[in-house]
Design a protein around this ligand. Structure first.
Ligand code: MOS
Length: 773
C-alpha cells in the first residue's frame, strides 16, 4: 500500500500517550473515529450480494441433507424402515437412530441428555432420521420414502395445564423443570403499609425466532478434521458442542461463520442438524449442506417461551412502592431450556422497592424447546411490571413518568445493593419524556378522545434495564501491522448483523491513527482467529472493543520500542500518529512507521489484546425508556403506531449509525411481540403448529412500523465499565416497547390489554365484552 496521507486521520493531531505494558489504558476523553456515524466496513459486500453466507457455500461434490421430523407433538417411533429410501435416486447417506454413526451419540438439552435420535419424540419437529442426496429435492423425496410407524401419545400444549394432576406427562418425572425463588424484605408487611394494592394476571405468547437467514451449515471432512460453515452467533460455541457430541478434540473442529443473517439468540449454539450434516458427510465422504426450511426452524430451533404472570403491587399515595409479589409460569418446551429465565428480573431490580417476592415455575410442554430470544425473559416481565406501574400511577393520581421517577433505585437491589457503574434510568425517562413531548401528547390524546370519532388516540411509556450487557467475558484479539503500514485485525467474534466488525475497526483505527476502512478484518473462524464467546447478551461490543483496544495499544508499544532504536530516543518520549513516530522533546526526531528498521526486517508487528475482568464490586447495566403514540380504530380493532421515542443509556455511543439501527430494530421486534406475533398450537386436537410460515406467522412489516421513530442516546461516560465505556445496546432496545404500546392502548380505549399480542381481534373481543356488560 502506498504511504498515502489519506489513510491516516491523525496527521498533525495531538495523540495520547501509549500506556506501559499491562497497564489499563486511560478512558477515552475524546475520540476521533469512535462515536462517528461510520458506514459498515462490509457494506459493499452486504449490498452487492458478494458476502458469502453459509447458505452460499458450494463445495465440489457437495450433497444436500434433509431431516425427517416427527409430525406429532408426542410419539414413539415403533418401527422405522429406511430400505426403500436407501434405493431412492441420488441418495448418498442415510442415518437413523439405529445407524452405527448415531446410536451411541447423545444430545444435551441444557442439563438433560438424550440419544441424538431419540425414538421417543417429545415435540413436533424432533429429528427422527436424516438423508443426504445429490440434490435437495432428492433428499426430501428420500425422506418421504422412509416408513415410520409412530405410536402417538397424549400431548400437552398448554403450560397453564402442566401441573394439573391429569395432564399428560412430558417426562416420566412429571412436568416440572424447576422452580426459582427470590425475596427481600417482607411483602406482607409491605402490602400492609400500602395505600393501594393492585393484582393482575398477565399473559404473553410464545414468539418464534425469525432471522432472515435460515439455520443451516455445510460440513466437510478432510481426513479426521471437520470443517463446518455455520450460520451462527458464535463459532467457538459451535466448536465446543460439536466436539463434545462427536468426541473430537477442539483443534480438529474448525467452525467458520463469516456472515450470518440474524439469530436473536436462536443461533447461540448449533443444532442437531449440524451433527447430522457432519455424520452424513463422513458416511458419504462428501461435503454436506444442510439448510432448514422456515417450517423446521419454527418447530425446532427455539422460541421466546410464553408466560403467565401474576403480579400484586402495593403503593403509597405519595408513589412509594411498598411491595411487589410476582409469580410466573413459563414453558421450557419438551426439554429444559429456561422457560422462566430472567422473567422476574425487572420486578427484582428496576424500581426501588424494599419488599419483593418472586416465584417461578418452569414447566414442560410437548413443543420445541425454548432458547434465549433477544433479552430473554425481560419483555415478558416488562409487559407485566410496566403495565402495573401505569395502573398504580392512575390509582394514586400520579403521572406515570413521575411515579417512575419517584422509584429510581441508586443501586442494584437484587444484587444486595451493589452499585451500578453508571445508571441513566432517570435521564432516559426525563429526557425521553421531554423529547417525546409527553405532557402535550397525553393532553392532546385526551382531548382527541373526547370527540365521538371511532379512532382513538393514546400515549404510553415504559422503562427498562437489561441484566447482562457490560461484557467482561474472556476474549483474545490479535492485531498485525504490516511493513507497508496496513493493518489486520483478527478476532473470533461473530458480526451477527449488528456492525461488530465496523465498530472494532473504528476502535483499532482510533488507536492506530488510520481510517477504519483501512483495517482488514479476519473473524469468526476457530481455525484461524482468536477465542471469543458468542455474540449475544448485548455484550459483544463491551467485551470485544476493550480487547481490540488493548491489542492496538500493544502494537503501538512494540512499534515505539523499535523506533526508539532508529531514533536513539527512549520509547516513552515517542508519540505514535499512525503515519509517523515523533519525539515529543525534539520534533526533528521523527520516522515514518514504514521506515522503522526492525518492522521492515520482520515484515509484521503483532499485538495481542486480552479482555480483563469487569469491576468486581459494581455492576454494568444498560437502561432505557420508550415512548409511544398510537391510534386505535374501534370499529376494526386495528392499531396504528404513530411514533416512538427511544431513550437509551448504553454508555458510549460507538457508532451512531449502528446504534440507531439497533434501536429501530429493537422497536420493530417489540412491536411484533406486542401486536402481531404468536405461535399457535392446535392445543385441543393435534397439538401441532398451525402457523408455520411467514403467511400465517405475522411479523411486523413496513406497514406496521411507524415512519417516525426517534433514537435518543443518553450518553453518560462510564470509565469503570471498561476502557471504552460501552455498556451494550442490542437487547434493552426491545424490552419496553410492548408495554409502552399497551399503556398507550389503555389511554386510547380504557382497556387493560393484559394478554399479548394485542391483535385487532383481541381489541374487538374486549370491546364486545364491554358491550355485553
Ligand atoms: Mo441473545 S438472546 O443473547 O442472542
Amino acid at each position: 500500500m502506498a504511504q498515502d496521507d489519506n489513510i491516516y486521520y491523525t496527521r498533525g493531531m495531538e495523540v495520547p500517550e501509549t500506556p506501559e505494558p499491562g497497564a489499563e489504558p486511560d478512558f477515552w476523553e475524546k475520540t476521533a473515529v469512535v462515536g462517528k456515524p461510520s458506514p459498515r466496513v462490509d457494506g459493499y459486500e452486504r449490498l452487492s450480494g458478494t458476502a458469502v453466507y453459509p447458505a452460499d457455500i458450494k463445495l465440489p461434490n457437495m450433497i444436500y441433507g434433509a431431516i425427517l421430523r416427527c409430525p406429532h407433538p408426542n410419539a414413539r417411533v415403533k418401527k422405522l424402515d429406511a430400505g426403500r429410501a436407501r434405493q431412492m435416486p441420488g441418495v448418498r447417506a442415510l442415518i437413523t437412530g439405529d445407524s452405527d454413526e448415531a446410536k451411541n451419540l447423545k444430545w444435551r438439552y441444557n442439563n438433560f441428555t438424550a440419544p441424538l435420535l431419540d425414538p421417543h419424540c417429545r415435540f413436533e419437529g424432533e429429528a427422527v432420521a436424516a438423508v443426504a442426496a445429490d440434490t435437495p429435492y432428492q433428499a426430501r423425496d428420500a425422506l418421504a420414502a422412509i416408513d415410520v410407524e409412530y405410536e402417538v401419545l397424549p400431548h400437552l400444549a398448554d403450560h397453564d395445564r402442566a401441573m394439573d394432576e391429569n395432564a399428560p406427562k412430558v417426562h416420566k418425572t412429571g412436568n416440572l423443570v424447576g422452580k426459582d425463588k427470590y425475596s427481600r424484605g417482607d411483602v406482607e408487611k409491605g402490602f400492609d403499609r400500602a395505600d393501594a394494592v393492585l393484582e393482575r394476571t398477565y399473559h404473553t405468547q410464545c414468539e418464534l425466532h425469525t432471522p432472515m437467514e435460515l439455520h443451516g451449515c455445510v460440513a466437510n471432512w478432510e481426513g479426521d478434521r471437520l470443517t463446518i460453515w455455520e450460520s451462527s452467533q458464535g463459532v467457538y460455541a459451535v466448536q465446543s458442542t460439536i466436539s463434545e457430541v462427536l468426541d473430537l478434540p477442539f483443534s480438529r473442529v474448525r467452525v467458520i461463520g463469516h456472515y450470518m443473517g440474524g439469530g436473536f439468540g436462536s443461533k447461540l449454539q448449533p443444532g442437531k442438524y449440524t451433527v447430522l450434516a457432519a455424520l452424513m458427510a463422513r458416511q458419504a465422504a462428501r461435503p454436506v449442506k444442510m439448510t432448514l426450511t422456515r417450517e423446521e426452524t419454527y418447530l425446532s430451533v427455539g422460541n421466546r417461551p410464553a408466560s403467565t404472570m401474576h403480579l400484586k403491587a402495593g403503593v403509597r399515595s405519595d408513589g412509594t412502592l411498598t411491595a411487589l409479589d410476582f409469580r410466573c409460569t413459563g414453558p421450557s418446551g419438551a426439554y429444559p431450556a429456561g422457560g422462566t429465565s430472567l422473567m422476574d428480573w425487572l420486578v427484582r431490580d428496576l424500581y426501588q422497592c424494599d419488599n419483593v417476592s418472586c416465584r417461578s415455575n418452569d414447566v414442560y410442554i410437548n413443543a420445541g424447546p425454548a432458547r434465549p430470544f433477544r433479552a430473554p425473559g425481560h419483555p415478558q416481565g416488562s409487559w407485566a411490571l410496566e403495565q402495573m406501574i401505569d395502573e398504580l400511577a392512575e390509582k394514586t393520581g400520579m403521572d406515570p413518568v413521575d411515579l417512575r421517577l419517584k422509584n429510581i433505585p441508586e443501586v442494584s437491589q437484587a444484587r444486595g445493593g451493589m452499585p451500578y457503574t453508571t445508571t441513566g434510568l432517570r435521564r432516559c425517562i426525563l429526557e425521553g419524556a421531554e423529547k417525546f413531548g409527553w405532557k402535550t401528547a397525553v393532553e392532546k390524546a385526551r382531548q382527541h378522545n373526547r370527540s365521538n370519532g371511532h379512532v382513538k388516540r393514546g400515549a404510553g411509556m415504559a422503562a427498562c434495564l437489561w441484566i447482562a450487557g457490560g461484557g467482561g467475558q474472556p476474549s483474545t484479539v490479535v492485531i498485525r501491522l504490516f511493513r507497508d503500514g496496513s493493518i489486520n485485525l483478527n478476532m473470533g467474534a461473530s458480526d451477527i448483523g449488528t456492525g461488530t466488525k465496523t465498530i472494532m475497526a473504528q476502535v483499532a483505527a482510533e488507536e492506530l491513527g488510520v481510517r477504519p476502512e483501512m483495517i482488514q478484518i479476519e473473524h469468526a473462524d476457530t481455525g484461524t482467529t482468536q477465542y471469543a464467546t458468542p455474540s449475544g447478551g448485548s455484550k459483544t461490543v463491551p467485551t470485544e472493543a476493550p480487547t481490540v483496544r488493548n491489542a492496538a495499544l500493544e502494537v503501538k508499544r512494540r512499534v515505539l520500542e523499535m523506533a526508539s532504536e532508529d531514533l536513539g530516543v527512549p520509547a516513552e518520549d515517542l508519540d505514535y500518529t499512525g503515519a509517523e513516530i515523533v519525539s515529543r522533546s525534539n520534533k526533528d526526531k521523527r520516522i515514518q512507521v514504514t521506515e522503522v528498521s526492525r518492522l521492515k526486517k520482520r515484515g509484521v508487528v503483532m499485538g495481542v489484546g486480552y479482555r480483563g475482568p469487569n469491576p468486581e464490586k459494581k455492576t454494568v447495566n444498560p437502561f432505557g425508556a420508550q415512548f409511544c403514540e398510537l391510534e386505535v380504530n374501534l370499529k376494526t380493532g386495528e392499531i396504528r403506531i404513530l411514533r416512538f421515542v427511544a431513550a437509551h443509556d448504553s454508555g458510549r455511543v460507538m457508532n451512531r449509525l449502528t446504534y440507531d439501527n439497533q434501536v429501530f430494530g429493537g422497536i420493530v421486534m417489540g412491536i411484533g411481540f406486542g401486536l402481531t406475533e404468536f405461535r399457535q398450537l392446535d392445543a385441543r386436537q393435534t397439538g401441532k403448529l398451525c402457523n408455520r410460515n411467514w403467511h400465517d406467522y405475522k411479523l411486523p412489516t413496513a406497514l406496521d412500523v411507524p415512519a417516525d421513530m426517534e433514537s435518543l442516546p443518553i450518553e453518560i461516560d462510564d470509565p469503570e465499565a471498561n476502557n471504552t465505556g460501552a455498556k451494550g445496546l442490542g437487547e434493552p432496545v426491545t424490552i419496553p416497547t410492548a408495554p409502552a404500546i399497551a399503556n398507550a392502548l389503555y389511554m386510547a380505549t380504557g382497556i387493560r390489554f393484559t394478554r399479548a399480542p394485542v391483535t385487532p381481534i383481541e381489541v374487538r373481543r374486549h370491546l364486545d365484552l364491554q358491550k355485553e356488560v
